[in-house]
Ligand binder design. Structure first.
Ligand SMILES: *Cc1c(COP(=O)(O)O)cnc(C)c1O
Length: 365
């Protein structure tokens, strides 16, 4: 029996996307073989690859100025490839620090040392080793000469999310959208680059989706090996070398499901409703469940909260599991409870969690 999956990543996938894969697992169409057994240079794979890109372009209204790419190495490799391509020696880049992953992105630039330019923090919202909010626009100090500005749209571990796009003037804006990609539409034209590891909201691990402005990609430094340059993947329609064909196939299935659900406006409405129900419950039971996150910064993808003691938190996780709900343990860096409520989590799943929370509070409060 399938459980209600609140995992942070890899995370739950929409059942119709999985069932479609199950149906096509040993034979894709009438092709005589699985998607995994097809050449990435053949027409059968090509159709899946291009459909995934076309669906992405359609759902997000990606303008003709931008390319959609598939790469490997997780979001982590992007932390290095971005400065290697776009931060030449002598230049400086701005990083907006709002959580674990934005810190990691920054530390990877620093680790490259003299191979790239320098970095500065345009803002940092850490207080006493914790992040509980994203900054206001007025707190962000952008260097007008920066090579680019990098931020993380949703802080997966701390449960905070940007609800506006930071204004960085004419500086190219780059976003790690790994944990809230396609939770709703966004204005792609504002971004020089947006990237997301698939395993949170759009598919299995093994592929990263990159949406980037063509002229920005072309502006990248030329003296790198082919594998390290975005322009290589852009020129080859992400078929420079063997792409993760099965992961891209699953992204296609998930995007087809999003379209069937009514597209990103419908998905957004569903996500807002889920957030309303869950945060509403947290607010109504705030004498027992405590949200450490500033209200305006609440994430609709990762909802974190604390119970009166760590013992009760452990009991909560264990009893939730007995009730068919898994993945509720907070990240080891922060503890507590985290319910990751990505697109595959339904309103009914959230209602089941809230009913459990009410019961648990009554028995233990
Ligand atoms: C999970 C996550 C990452 C790390 O992704 P990998 O694919 O494991 O490298 C980076 N950024 C954010 C925002 C994440 O949620």
């Amino acid at each position: 029996m399938r459980v209600i999956n609140f995992n942070a990543g890899p995370a739950g996938l929409p059942l119709p996307a999985l069932e479609r894969a199950q149906k096509e697992f040993t034979e894709l169409g009438n092709s005589g073989m699985s998607i995994m057994e097809h050449s990435h240079r053949g027409k059968d794979y090509d159709a899946v690859h291009n459909e995934a890109i076309a669906l992405m372009r359609e759902l997000l209204d990606v303008p003709a100025t931008h390319d959609v790419l598939f790469m490997q190495g997780g979001a982590h490799l992007q932390f290095s490839l971005i400065p290697l391509n776009f931060l030449p020696q002598g230049k400086s880049a701005d990083y907006l620090t709002t959580g674990h992953w934005s810190k990691m992105a920054l530390s990877e630039v620093k680790a490259l040392g003299g191979m790239v330019g320098s970095v500065r923090e345009a803002v940092n919202t850490e207080v006493d080793g914790k992040f509980t909010r994203v900054p206001k626009q007025s707190e962000i100090e952008i260097d007008a000469g920066a090579a680019y500005a990098h931020y993380t749209t949703n802080n997966t571990i701390y449960g905070t999310q940007w609800h506006y796009t930071p204004d960085v003037g004419n500086v190219p804006l780059i976003a790690d959208m790994s944990s809230d990609f396609i939770w709703k539409k966004f204005d792609v034209s504002k971004y020089a680059m947006a990237y997301a590891g698939a395993q949170k909201n759009i598919g299995p691990s093994g592929v990263v989706v990159i949406i980037a402005r063509k002229d920005f990609i072309e502006s990248g430094r030329a003296d790198l090996s082919k594998t390290l340059k975005y322009s290589t993947y852009a020129k080859a329609n992400s078929l420079f070398n063997t792409p993760p064909t099965f992961a891209i196939y699953m992204v296609r299935n998930v995007l087809a499901w999003v379209k069937e659900m009514g597209g990103l406006d419908a998905i957004h409405a569903r996500n807002l409703k889920k957030g309303e129900i869950l945060y509403g419950a947290l607010d109504a039971m705030s004498d027992f469940y405590k949200s450490p996150v500033e209200k305006e910064s609440r994430s609709y993808m990762n909802v974190v909260f604390r119970l009166p003691s760590e013992e009760l938190e452990a009991k909560f996780v264990a009893e939730a599991k007995e009730n068919g709900m898994v993945g509720l343990k907070g990240h080891r860096a922060v503890g507590g409870i985290r319910a990751s409520t990505y697109n595959a989590v339904s309103v009914e799943n959230i209602e089941a969690l809230v009913a459990f929370m009410e019961k648990f509070k009554k028995a233990n409060g």
